[in-house]
Design a protein around this ligand. Structure first.
Ligand code: 13P
Length: 340
């Protein structure tokens, strides 16, 4: 087994998944605005420190995705974050894209930037302790969207990123996110997600990426958030699995879903329902941002005296998602295990 495959498999080890703590400055400011906390390098550091020093979270968390600023920051005792995570058996990773920007001549669609100079940045991040990376492309659903133009330009960029990562010894997490905003049906979501994944795997193959040393980070197939009569947990699990079985090669070791604005309990229930239908050719796991952090962020509210309560909230969500990895989660566990 190559080192890349070993790392990819470790990231989807049984009962564990990934914490996405790689919010860009703009995104973390939005999160902090929601709790009335100013976003400064120190508040961002303190917030991430709270998450990363949570005792016992490593039982359920295999890796953490960091942002450029965060990978250079340290815990309160001066230990650099990548070293702190490593010491707990959590693999440090890094977001390397530079964000989704308007796609030229395609109103309302985006292309993710960040390829120029990427080889040098990957080398630096590896030196800072990163063992895997993430690149996110986004697609909207509407009558004429996603366009073939948007699907293929983003697939091409994702594959260029993935090839550069493998050359640098980093496992690429390939994240094509079909956004669930809007009133679209479950069927429209399935169609767009399948189209996007098909193009991604054509480009990854053509650009010589070894699927065994990659992870896929897709959206789940949901009804649009503003739609009426939205699909329930079982329907979502069936529709998502159907698309994955059609379009994701069995050589991919793991699929680590994003939460994409679902409530934290929905994200857990959906993952659980899919794993309850297993075994599958790939591990089905999580790489959640909001769905792992939301209750902790709220409990923290920027106050040092709340750190313990916030850590309990984060630990609880990690534990629930750890249970969903093997299909043994039940909503009663939310109440039983709710931290004091
Ligand atoms: P969410 O789980 O909040 O969608 O974030 C995951 C992520 O990393 C998005 O790029």
């Amino acid at each position: 087994m190559t080192d890349l495959e070993t790392t990819a498999r470790a990231l989807v080890a049984e009962g564990r998944g990934i914490l996405a703590a790689d919010e860009s400055d703009g995104t973390i400011k939005k999160r902090f605005d929601s709790i009335g906390v100013e976003s400064s390098d120190e508040t961002r550091r303190a917030y991430r420190d709270m998450l990363f020093t949570t005792e016992g979270a490593e039982e359920f968390v295999s890796g953490v995705i960091l942002f450029d600023e965060t990978i250079r920051q340290s815990s309160a005792d001066g230990t650099p974050f990548p070293e702190l995570l490593d010491s707990k058996g959590i693999i440090p990773g890094i977001k390397v894209d530079k964000g989704a920007k308007p796609l030229a001549l395609a109103p309302g669609e985006t292309i993710t930037e960040g390829l120029d100079g990427l080889r040098g940045r990957l080398e630096e991040y590896r030196g800072l302790g990163a063992r895997f990376a993430k690149w996110r492309a986004t697609y909207s659903i509407a009558d004429d969207k996603p366009s073939e133009y948007c699907v293929w330009t983003n697939a091409h960029a994702l594959a260029r990123y993935a090839a550069l990562c493998q050359e640098s010894g980093l496992v690429p997490i390939v994240e094509p996110e079909v956004l669930m905003d809007g009133t679209h049906t479950l069927e429209a979501s399935a169609k767009a997600t399948g189209r996007v994944l098909q193009a991604v795997y054509v480009e990854l193959h053509d650009q010589r990426v070894d699927f065994r040393g990659t992870l896929l980070k897709p959206n789940m197939v949901l009804s649009g958030y503003d739609g009426s009569d939205r699909a329930g947990v079982e329907e979502v699990a069936d529709a998502t699995l159907d698309v994955l079985y059609r379009h994701v090669p069995a050589a991919v070791p793991g699929i680590v879903f994003l939460s994409g604005g679902q409530t934290d309990e929905d994200a857990t229930a959906h993952l659980n329902a899919m794993n309850a239908r297993g075994p599958h050719p790939w591990q089905l796991s999580f790489s959640y941002g909001r769905a792992l952090q939301a209750p902790a962020l709220k409990a923290w509210a920027g106050k040092p005296e709340n750190v313990e309560a916030a850590q309990r909230a984060y630990y609880h969500r990690a534990k629930m998602n750890g249970a969903a990895r093997t299909g043994v989660y039940a909503s009663e566990m939310e109440r039983e295990a709710v931290p004091a």
